[in-house]
Design a protein. Structure first.
Length: 126
């Protein structure tokens, strides 16, 4: 297998998407652990454990993404799905709606967290 075919196979099996999603969620978990755990007086070794588990889980997630695919019928082995199977979560959804949803959700999360922490800081100061 040459290098071009390998990267095409990674793309077909959604390994790139899993890697990006895992990196974002892992980064978020580490940020939450490093910011919130000291406030809750959770020992530092727990923060280190979260970082190690996130780092150790990354290659595992990539192997699982290589071996399995999410289909409308559920999770299946990649060999059982076929090379040209089209996978859609909701067939009635337009292609752009999924991207729009990805852009809206993080903004809602950030705004909610900002409002929550602002309320906490107002309560502490007054």
């Amino acid at each position: 297998m040459n290098q071009r075919d390998f990267f095409a196979e990674l793309k077909r099996r959604n390994v790139y998407k899993v890697a990006v999603a895992y990196a974002i969620v892992g980064w978020l978990l580490v940020q939450i652990a490093t910011q919130v755990f000291p406030f809750l007086e959770i020992p530092n070794w727990v923060v280190r454990l979260v970082i190690v588990l996130v780092a150790a889980g990354f290659p595992i997630a990539l192997v699982i993404a290589w071996a399995f695919e999410l289909t409308p019928e559920g999770i299946k082995r990649t060999e059982d799905v076929g090379q040209f199977a089209i996978i859609s979560v909701r067939p009635e959804m337009r292609a752009g709606e999924c991207v729009d949803q990805l852009h809206i959700d993080p903004h809602l999360i950030v705004c909610s967290l900002h409002a929550a922490f602002e309320d906490v800081s107002d309560a502490e100061s007054g």
